[in-house]
Structure formats: C-alpha cells, structure tokens
Design a protein around this ligand. Structure first.
Ligand SMILES: Cc1cc2nc3c(=O)[nH]c(=O)nc-3n(C[C@H](O)[C@H](O)[C@H](O)COP(=O)(O)OP(=O)(O)OC[C@H]3O[C@@H](n4cnc5c(N)ncnc54)[C@H](O)[C@@H]3O)c2cc1C
Length: 299
C-alpha cells in the first residue's frame, strides 16, 4: 500500500530545492493508504508533514524528524458536467488544462500556480484577482483522523488563508462554468505570460515570501527599501520581483531565514511596516535543535 523510506533529502521535493532529510517518507497511492499512514503515525507518536509540490514552504536544514507524506500520487480527477472532482495531489496547472480541454472556465487566472489542490486550498491560493476557494463546492477533509465533508460556503476563505488550516484536504469538487475552449486557452496563455513577465521562474523559489500588508504590495515595499539583489550565501532577493527570494545555487535554509530577517528589519526601519511570511516553515532550523517544537508539523 505504501513504502516507508528513511533519511530522504527534502530538497528533492521543494521548489526552493532546500531542506534536510525526512526521518521517514511515504508516497501513498490512494486515500486509504494516506489514512493508514496517519493511523500509524498516531500510534507511533510521529509528527506528520504533508508535502504537495512543496512550492510554498521552506524546510529547515535539520530536516523533518517524523513522517513526511507526499501527496503527489493522489492525483485522480474526473469531470462531470460543470463539476470537477479532484484528489488533493492534483496539480493546479494540470487541473486548469483539463478544465480548458473540457470547455470549462474559472481557472484561467490561477492555472499557473505551481502547487496542488491540497496546498492551494489550505492557503486559498490565488492570483490576478481570483482565488481557488471561490470555486469550491465541496471539500472532504480529515480532522483528528475523522472524515468530514464541508460545503464550500462553510469554509472561511481569506487572503492566503482558510479555516481548513490544521486539517488534511483529501479531495474537493469545484464548480466551473461552460465557456469557449479557444477563448479559455487564450486567457490562460495571457495570464501565464503575465506571470512569466513578473516572476523569476528561471530560479528555484517558493513564490512570494511575504503577505501583502494591508492591501499594499510587499514586493513594491521591499523594492522601495532598496533591497533587490540583497544576498546571504546563495539566497538572494530577486532582481525581477522583490517579494521572491531565489536560490542561486546551493542556498541553505539558514541563508534564507537570515535574509528574511534582514528584509523584515530594513522594511521596519524604513517604513514602520512589519512584514509577515506567506511561506510555511517546516522542520528543524538552525537554533531549533534544543527545542521540542517542530515547525509546521501537523501532529
Ligand atoms: C514560482 C512560484 C509562483 C507562485 N505563485 C503563486 C501565486 O500566484 N499565488 C499563490 O497563492 N501562490 C503562489 N505560489 C505559492 C504556492 O504555489 C501555492 O501556495 C500553492 O498552492 C502551494 O501548494 P503546494 O502543493 O506546493 O503546497 P506545499 O508547499 O506542498 O504545502 C504548503 C502547506 O500546505 C500543506 N499541505 C499540502 N498538501 C496538503 C493537504 N492535502 N492537506 C492539508 N495540508 C496540505 C503543507 O503541509 C504546508 O503546510 C507560487 C510558488 C512558486 C514557486
């Protein structure tokens, strides 16, 4: 049903290409296996970390001292009329392409977000004025080992947050609207071009590092503070988009956290604005070794 691997470097599973080893790692191929892994972790007292595409997280250099579950093989998707039913590991770009081919509109603006449905719903991922949560008709989650089905309307969908945080997204159904295939394809291409123009997609990163404070653009604020190109080791504030930190080669999590604290300090001094991270910290970071807490873990 699943295999447990030991001491697997998590840098292989994050878009930042950063992260120490998972003590244990499993990649369930179906939802029953996922639930069985949760039961096992509970019995053994292991902390659990879910990774979709690892595109919104920074994993510490000390790795993760429990069980990492990769959801990417939970990738079943089916379309019935206007509804798309997907498992949590389905990639958002894949889903957008499926919808386009079926002549369903709704994902054009967000189809370039390089994450999974699970990771995307937890943070209500969005771009160009649209977010994933708006499209949810129903979502099935696991809370403390129990399965629950929620209507989209019962969930709080905020700016890069949702009330699903703390639960495991198993699957969701999204409601889309019929549209003209050619038009949908053109729209998708347009927004993806815009994404390529704005974002440094040629280097590993975890997307926007900070939340936009009070509706202002964190990228613009960081740029105005003169921080583009600021570098610690191989971690650098992108020259193209100042809210991105890019990995120029062999960046460590400690370089990224150091750079993040420099950016926060300088923005605070320049504009009295406190930036908050959008990315999720997971695992053990330098200085954490003596603590019991494991950042980002769902236990
Ligand atoms: C180049 C680039 C561009 C990006 N552009 C955007 C953008 O325009 N808009 C935007 O919103 N984001 C953007 N992001 C960030 C990221 O792609 C999204 O947040 C995405 O939704 C994260 O999905 P993921 O599967 O990679 O999550 P992961 O990074 O794997 O996980 C993120 C969090 O979700 C949890 N998680 C993962 N799967 C599940 C699950 N099934 N159930 C419960 N919890 C789960 C993880 O444990 C972790 O806490 C960008 C990232 C990159 C690298």
């Amino acid at each position: 049903m699943y295999t447990l691997k030991e001491q697997v470097p998590l840098s292989r599973f994050t878009t930042f290409k950063i992260g120490g080893p998972a003590r244990l790692l499993a990649e369930p191929g179906n939802l029953n296996a996922l639930r069985a892994l949760y039961r096992l972790a509970h019995e053994e007292g292991w902390p659990v970390l879910l990774i979709g595409k690892g595109s919104n997280m920074l994993v510490g250099d000390g790795g993760f001292p429990g069980l990492v579950i990769l959801t990417r093989a939970l990738s079943k998707a089916e379309i019935k009329e206007r509804r798309i039913r997907v498992q949590c590991g389905v990639s958002i770009p894949e889903l957008a392409r499926m919808a386009m081919k079926a002549g369903l509109s709704g994902l054009e603006r967000i189809g370039g977000i390089p994450g999974t449905i699970g990771g995307g719903l937890i943070s209500n991922a969005g771009s160009f004025g649209q977010s994933l949560g708006e499209l949810v008709e129903e979502v099935e989650v696991l809370v403390d080992g129990e399965r629950e089905v929620l209507r989209g309307k019962e969930v709080y969908w905020g700016y890069r947050e949702s009330s699903l945080k703390g639960s495991t997204v198993l699957r969701a159904s999204l409601r889309l609207v019929p549209g003209d295939k050619i038009h949908i394809e053109r729209e998708m291409a347009l927004w993806n071009r815009e994404r390529r123009r704005m974002q440094p997609l040629d280097r590993p990163s975890a997307g926007s590092v900070f939340r936009n404070p009070g509706g202002e653009s964190a990228g613009r604020i960081i740029e105005e503070a003169g921080l583009k190109g600021l570098r610690v080791g191989d971690a650098m504030v992108s020259e193209r988009h100042a809210n991105f930190i890019v990995n120029m080669g062999r960046a460590k999590a400690k370089d990224v956290t150091h750079l993040i604290s420099m950016v926060k300090k300088r923005v605070e001094i320049a504009f009295s604005i406190t930036l908050e991270e959008e990315i999720v910290y997971a695992g053990i970071f330098e200085g954490d070794e003596d603590c019991i807490a494991v950042r980002g873990a769902i236990v």
